[in-house]
Design a protein around this ligand. Sequence first.
Ligand code: 5GP
Length: 198
Amino acid sequence: MELLKEKIRKEGKIKEGNVLKVDSFLNHQMDVELFSEIGKEFAGRFAKDQVNKILTIEASGIGIACVAAQSFHVPVVFAKKTQTKNIAGDVYTTKVQSYTHGRIYDIIVAKEFLGKGDRVLLIDDFLANGKALEGLIALVEEAGAELVGAGIVIEKGFQTGGDMLRKKGIRVESLAIVESMDEATGQIVFRENGRSTG
Ligand code: 5GP
C-alpha cells in the first residue's frame, strides 16, 4: 500500500532492538483517515471470506481494528492483557511474550464473544516474531471458531513471524513489509510485492 509506505518513509524512526517507531500516525497520535484507507484495503483483500468478527489485542491493535471493522460491518473483540493469577471460568486464555517489553503475560477473551460459527479475521499493527498472532490464533482454536487470516499494517519481513505463520498455511496480508531498516542511516527498504498468501 503505497500511501502507507510513503508515510513510514517520511515519519518512521528506527530505534534500538529493531523497533520501528511510527508514533506520529499509528501508535500514539493516530491518522484516522489513513486508518480508513487501511480498513478499506483489508476489506477488499478479505472480501470473499465472510468475516463476521475481528479479533485484536490491546492496546495498539484496537484503533486500527475498529476503523477496519467499519469497512467489514462486523464487531471487534480485543483480547485483554491481564495480571490475574487464577484465571478461570468463562474465558479463553493463553500466554503471549511481548516483543517490546520481553515479558510474558496472559491474554483472555470472554467465551460469550467468540465461539463456533465465528469466522475471525485477526488485525494487528505490527508483525515481528509472531507471538501476538500465535496467542490470538490459540484463542480462536480454543473457541472452536474458524480463522480466516490476519491483516497486518506493518510486517518486519526480516524477522521470523511472517514466514513461520505462512508456512503453517495461515493467510497473512501485510500492507507494508519492511525488508530491512538501518538504524545508522535511517534507510527503510520495503519488499516490493507486499501481497502474500498462505
Ligand atoms: P510479535 O508478537 O509479532 O513478535 O510482535 C508484534 C507485537 O509487538 C505488535 O502487537 C506490536 O505492538 C509490537 N511490535 C513489534 N515490533 C514492533 C515495532 O517495530 N514497532 C512497534 N511500534 N511495535 C512493535
